[in-house]
Ligand binder design. Structure first.
Ligand code: NAD
Ligand code: TDX
Length: 357
């Protein structure tokens, strides 16, 4: 049976990769994207689908209950894939309130609306509410700690991760209280095409192309587990098609790397693939800056539950995923140049002068 998906945040980085992925693999399904087009949302990311009769785009806020109620009814939604969020840790340190509004109140609004709709339809068991979350809710690991499992206690450390933890608890509670068929996924750091310039990998890549300093926080020894966004999308596909409601699945790339090693690798690949770099070798641009407040030391995901129960495995290594990603930024300067707006420059000034002091 074909699905009618409501994809919230579908104009953002992971959401748009997911929508494009879904059409390649399930062209018969209908997708309705609901996105508020904040600074992080970009309709260009979905341009390939503009004329597809199975696709529509709604510009709106997930906190707007009336709008969501109407959409669920009108579009006969069977599945919500919920990506919409404020997603950047540094912005959550500067301006936390938008994180509480969208991540907590927005998720609550969607759950309430979906609950009423699902109950009115006599609780179809095949309906799903997929809540896309993060490994940051588990807090920070020391170097010898085992990776996060689905049973690791929550210990969020930033306003961003605390707001995501709040939304995860709501999704969990709606299953336990109402049996609403929710599934939660907690994934590690994604990277790939359409990643907004504020995040580590695109920021380093773009600064190399522009000959600007590469700001590494603290001593560069923090560790992240990098997940290529196409691998994340294939994981969400198996979760939506084979996952059990009420369950949580961790999704990780099996690619733990220290920030400084990652930045060195980015420099090395950029020196190979990018023509006419202003500064070469580009690692001359590496600049250590004051640390992020409350900076989590290490994230690592144990995704063996997803691998064993649903048969998923990530395909990309950091090297293979980075090569594709960096090549995409080299080939698509018009995409990222259009995002370096006056507002973005203001944010950049603020974060790299005030956040760390
Ligand atoms: P993003 O910031 O690139 O995109 C977020 C999207 O949500 C944007 O299109 C934005 O316009 C939209 N949005 C924001 N507020 C909204 C609102 N109130 N109503 C409707 N739309 C709204 O984020 P991303 O990196 O693509 O992350 C997607 C999801 O995955 C988020 O829930 C995030 O917490 C989670 N996640 C991201 C990563 C990562 O590495 N990027 C890792 C783990 C989990
Ligand atoms: O300029 C920088 N310099 C730097 O050293 C930036 C932007 C980041 N960093 C460091 C901080 C982190 O240790 O690089 C690492 C990655 O930073 P981000 O790209 O900001 O990602 P992170 O804070 O790890 O969070 C990301 O992964 C989990 C996403 O932004 C979240 O949405 C997701 O939940």
């Amino acid at each position: 049976m074909s699905k009618h998906l409501l994809v919230t945040g579908g104009a953002g980085f992971i959401g748009s990769n997911f929508v494009n992925y879904w059409y390649e693999n399930h062209p018969q399904d209908k997708i309705i994207v609901l996105d508020a087009l904040t600074y992080a949302g970009n309709r260009q990311n979905l341009i390939n689908l503009e004329n597809n009769p199975n696709f529509s785009f709604i510009h709106g806020d997930i906190c707007d209950r009336q709008l969501v109620d109407n959409l669920l009814e009108k579009e006969k939604i069977t599945t919500i894939a919920h990506f919409a969020a404020e997603s950047h840790v540094d912005r959550s340190i500067l301006t936390p309130s938008a994180f509480i509004q969208t991540n907590v109140i927005g998720t609550f609004t969607l759950l309430e609306s979906f609950r009423h709709y699902w109950q009115k339809k006599n609780q179809p068991p095949e309906y799903r509410f997929l809540h896309v979350s993060t490994d940051e809710v588990y807090g920070s690991l020391d170097i010898n700690d085992p990776p996060f499992t689905e049973n690791t206690p929550y210990a969020p450390n930033s306003p961003y991760s605390a707001s995501k933890a709040g939304s995860d608890h709501l999704a969990r509670a709606y299953y336990h209280t109402y049996k609403l068929p929710t599934i939660i996924t907690n994934c590690s750091n994604n990277y790939g095409a359409y990643h907004f310039p504020e995040k580590l990998i695109p920021l380093m890549c773009i600064n190399i192309l522009l000959g600007k300093p590469l700001p590494v926080y603290g001593d560069g020894q923090n560790i992240r587990d990098w997940l290529y966004v196409q691998d994340h999308c294939s994981a969400l596909d198996v979760v939506l098609n084979k996952g059990k409601s009420g369950e949580t699945y961790n999704i990780g790339g099996n690619n733990e790397v220290k920030n400084i090693d990652l930045v060195q690798l980015i420099c090395q690949i950029m020196d190979e693939i990018a023509p006419n770099l202003p500064i070469k070798p580009s690692n001359e641009l590496i600049t250590y800056v004051k640390d992020r407040a409350g900076h989590d030391h290490r994230y690592a995901i144990d995704s063996s539950k997803l691998q064993k129960e649903l048969g998923w495995k990530p395909k990309a290594t950091v090297e293979s995923g980075l090569r594709k990603t960096l090549q995409w930024y080299v080939d698509n300067p018009q995409w990222w140049q259009s995002l370096l707006s006056a507002d973005y420059q203001k944010y950049y000034q603020q974060v790299y002068t005030t956040i760390n002091s």
